[in-house]
Design a protein around this ligand. Sequence first.
Ligand code: S3P
Length: 211
Amino acid sequence: MPEIEMSETVTPTATTTSQEAEILAALGKRLVVLVGMMGAGKSTIGRRLAARLNLPFVDADTEIEAAAGMTIPEIFEIHGEPHFRDGEARVIARLLDNGPAVLATGGGSFMREETRRRIGEKAVSIWLKADPDVIMRRVRRRADRPLLQTADPAATVSRLISEREPTYQHADLTISSREVPHDKIVDECLVALHAKLINPAPPIEIVSAAR
Ligand code: S3P
């Protein structure tokens, strides 16, 4: 597999607020990793979040396609899903060594235990949680998701949501992805990141000792 470069470096925004500067300092070499279902907005929100944090944005699906020299539907068709999943885990492991950055992952990648562990070590994860109808409205626009080439894509989305949500819940943060301006979701991600990284909840012992 060829060396994978960070791609799609986003032009920095004009100003960095203290909230964003503090997040950046607290992240150190860690990444912000977006997880969640297809159509949850991981790439759209991730690109904007990266611009606000003045970090590179990386899309795991794009990197997998670059590494394989073919599209995701082609990888599924020619080599099958297990081969795709192995390549996906390798590419994400490599990208996690190149922080700080904002990384949008493919919807199935967080289901692999080893990938979750690596993300836990090297990143702060955000689950972009979207309702089935929002997901369906978004994925209907494109035919490049092999898992949704079924007789009843809505039923497939529902099944995947119920299989995956218990695992997505293990992300560090959860943000509801809904039909509001993208910048509102990005603002919510920044507030949640700041709260997690800068003002973590005090340990239980300290709370009880202070009473
Ligand atoms: C998949 C999601 C896709 C892509 C592949 C499989 C999944 O990425 O990795 O089609 O299993 O949910 P997005 O979540 O970016 O659409």
